[in-house]
Design a binder for this molecule. Sequence first.
Ligand code: CUA
Length: 354
Amino acid sequence: MRRRLYRHHHTLRTLSLFASAMTCIAVTGQVEPAFGKIDSVTNIFRPLSQPAQEIKETSFLVLAICAVIFVVVAGLLTYALVRFRHRAGDEATEPPQVYGSNQIETAWTVLPILIVFVLILVTSRTIADIQNRKPTIGSVNATVVGHQWWWEIRYPELGIVTANELHVPVSTEGNHRPTFLKLQSADVAHSFWVPQLAGKTDLIPNRENSMWIAPSEPGTYLGNCAEYCGMQHARMLLRVVVHTPEDFERWVKEQQQPAVEDTSAAEGRKIFFANSCVSCHAIRGTSAKGVFGPDLTHLMTRQTLASGAALNSHDRLRAWIRDPQQVKVGCLMPNMQMSDKEVDQIVAYLETLK
Ligand code: CUA
């Protein structure tokens, strides 16, 4: 009697552990999406774009098939354990020995083959559908280049170069406008991942990968580098800003303009061009043509600095110019050893780059 009670207790505990694990999955599945609140956790269970939506549907189908198999197998196992468990007085007898049942063996060979076949068909269909998508009229093309530790973003057809923020139009039923990305790397392997928009795709040196996204709701989506690429891998953050068609046109027009020439910051401009800033950074419309660091033509339109390491505010920009290593240890921008006054003047100049 006591033994039986103990057994029940054990089963209950196992069940409650399983239940709490399931609750965890259900709860994390409810985390709010990044959309709207740019600092919240991003969520693969709330895709707001193709192909993330399609990937989620396929994953859930595969998960459901596996769950049914799990329930059947675990159920049969539990039944056998309970029904045929050892009982007092069993020592003398041996249970019936069954060998070579053609029916049973055929069943457990054919059924799994059919199930695996269904899984292969479903997943390969989704993969092919995603990989074979071709750009259409109205789609946007962008090239994303991974650097240690920031993202270079180019729109060759639009003549725009920016960094760390990918701007794309929203893609709706009536107005399907996917964005096709070419992914390259300038140094080591990185990986482009914006969980609510699509799966991960690696950026590999000397190779060009491609992917596409078609977000269905305007907003800001957070992403990050998903392949360890060195010291600041964790702060190689990325934002995808999804615009309404009109907002996207406005953004394109704005970015296509060369840098503003604002004489109010002439001192800072002089310092910028007298220092080695120009050998790494480009400012369109000026003699600064460096390609090693981010293009600064419209720096002030970006939400963050240093690939998301700091928000783009006056104080953080100042701290960043003063000593980049304080803001992002190990980053490739050096401390230029400038005086407070020079830093203020450079910041004043950079703040004209709207
Ligand atoms: Cu780039 Cu990790």
